[in-house]
Design a protein. Structure first.
Length: 251
């Protein structure tokens, strides 16, 4: 039985760990041909059995975006799916966050997503029927006092997604652009934030209690939402936001 992405070619950033890594595994199982990118070259090496292309990439590098997309096109002949999963989270409230941390966060989370959308649309508009999925966060919908730069960046991704979706629809490209908004998933990034806190166990318990379902999410659960948006099952869905948060934002 063909997979849900059989015959489709996908590019996934932030592929070496966390949600990006889970998405690579799921897309591979569903029949996609894959280009996987990350700054973590050691983590990328573990994807050799699942990804057809493994490419080092800093998503904040404009020139590298053009190179990566062109390499994928040369390999596959087309690009059907982009998943902008690469992202960083630096703690800091409005008083303690530094300007360097602010700029670093926005360069990866916002500029990286903008550049990815722009380059993917350049490649996709000739063929159409394509899908871009941007990883935002519940922090792009509701605030968090200790994550000023992260909240700002993920809020920007949320509305950038809607703007790009409207543009593509109105010019007739048949490229859908949607966002996924996880809460605290059990990923290396979240584990690092927990470990760097003054009381890791208290923070972990607090994150688990934040969701009415009483636990953190799993990367595979977020990847499942990404798969839906990448597949033809969501052919009439664009400019949407799918929340995967255990009920956190329903409160």
């Amino acid at each position: 039985m063909p997979g849900r992405l059989s015959g489709k070619c996908a590019l996934i950033t932030g592929a070496a760990s966390g949600i990006g890594r889970a998405t690579v595994g799921l897309f591979h199982a569903e029949g996609a041909r894959l280009a996987a990118t990350d700054r973590n070259e050691a983590g990328l090496a573990a994807l050799k059995g699942e990804a057809d292309l493994i490419l080092p990439q800093d998503v904040a590098d404009e020139a590298r975006w053009r190179e990566v997309v062109d390499i994928a096109i040369a390999k596959f002949g087309r690009l059907d799916i982009l998943v902008n999963s690469a992202g960083i989270a630096l703690k800091g409230n409005i008083e303690t966050a530094t300007l360097d941390d602010w700029r670093k966060t926005l360069s990866v989370n916002v500029e990286g997503t903008f550049l990815g959308c722009r380059e993917a649309i350049r490649a996709m508009k000739a063929t159409g029927g394509s899908s871009i999925v941007n990883l935002s966060s519940v922090a792009g919908i509701i605030g968090d006092a200790q994550s000023a730069a992260y909240c700002a960046s993920k809020g920007a991704v949320r509305l950038l997604t809607k703007s790009a979706a409207l543009h593509c629809a109105r010019v007739g490209y048949n490229i859908r652009v949607n966002s996924v908004h996880p809460s605290f998933a059990d990923t290396p990034m979240v584990q690092e934030l927990i470990a760097s806190s003054k009381n890791p166990e208290r923070i972990r318990e607090g994150l688990m209690r934040a969701a009415p379902l009483g636990r953190m999410g799993r990367p595979e659960e977020v990847a499942a939402a990404i798969l839906y948006l990448a597949s033809d099952e969501s052919a009439f869905t664009t400019g949407a936001e799918i929340v995967v948060d255990g009920g956190l934002t329903a409160q």
